[in-house]
Design a protein around this ligand. Structure first.
Ligand SMILES: NC(=O)c1ccc[n+]([C@@H]2O[C@H](COP(=O)([O-])OP(=O)(O)OC[C@H]3O[C@@H](n4cnc5c(N)ncnc54)[C@H](OP(=O)(O)O)[C@@H]3O)[C@@H](O)[C@H]2O)c1
Length: 212
């Protein structure tokens, strides 16, 4: 059982929070709008509510907010994140999906890590898993869903892997945090593939499975 704090009350917070609770984890929802936090905590059942900037209850803090807001939020939490595993799920797409807004040679995860306090470890994960795919996927689904994990700290990646397995998904370690750039680029391809399909996006499902 992992203790998870999710910052954000949107699609990914909902999909991850619901699945995390189903997997037996303790979940805290943190957001800037208390009514949205309470509504989401109630909707997914059994989550607690936290406050931006205060010490998160979770050992793992998932940033389920747009990339532009992730590093400022980490700075706002400051030392409250010391000792935590910060899970960056963001996709720093540019508006026309031709590339990334994270600086060349870096990644969203590496930029976020620059704002993290000493003792916190940033792990990239879940960015290639679409929210609607995760919401539709069940532990009984014959098609496994892989979650790529990149980070510099082995223990932090091990913690995230245990959490991923509790969601009945498959963790796949793809190396240190420099791999985050390629994971973020992979999401650009997935988005292009999804948007290039002549079907309503709500009925289209794409998820990565890299081994049987
Ligand atoms: N959707 C997907 O399929 C998917 C898949 C993989 C990764 N991601 C990544 O996951 C992240 C969240 O995506 P999403 O689809 O869940 O987005 P979303 O539904 O638009 O939700 C974004 C959340 O971020 C919150 N937020 C924005 N700025 C904030 C701030 N300054 N402080 C606190 N909270 C703030 C919003 O709060 P308010 O409601 O109060 O505005 C909202 O709860 C993004 O980085 C995205 O790239 C998404």
């Amino acid at each position: 059982m992992s203790r998870i704090s999710i910052v954000g009350t949107g699609n990914m917070a909902r999909a991850l929070g619901r699945r995390a609770l189903a997997g037996g984890n303790a979940v805290e929802i943190i957001g800037r709008d208390a009514s949205k936090v309470d509504a989401l905590a109630k909707a997914i059942g059994g989550a607690t509510a936290g406050t931006i900037g205060a010490a998160p209850a979770g050992d793992m803090v998932i940033l389920a907010v747009p990339y532009a807001h992730a590093a400022p939020l980490v700075r706002q939490f400051g030392n409250a994140l010391s000792g935590k595993v910060i899970v960056d799920i963001t996709n720093p797409f540019n508006p026309d999906l031709t590339g990334l807004v994270a600086p060349e040679g870096s990644s969203a995860a590496q930029e976020i890590a620059k704002s993290a306090p000493t003792g916190a470890h940033v792990v990239k994960a879940f960015n290639t898993v679409f929210g609607h795919v995760l919401a539709a996927h069940t532990p009984e689904d014959p098609r496994p869903l892989d979650v790529f994990i990149a980070g510099d700290d082995a223990e932090a990646k091990a913690q995230v892997s245990v959490f991923v397995e509790s969601l009945a998904l498959r963790p796949l370690d793809v190396g240190d945090l420099t791999s985050a750039r390629w994971l973020e680029g992979t999401s650009v391809l997935l988005m292009r593939a999804m948007l290039g399909k002549a079907v309503p996006s709500s009925s289209f499902s794409i998820g990565l499975t890299v081994r049987d």
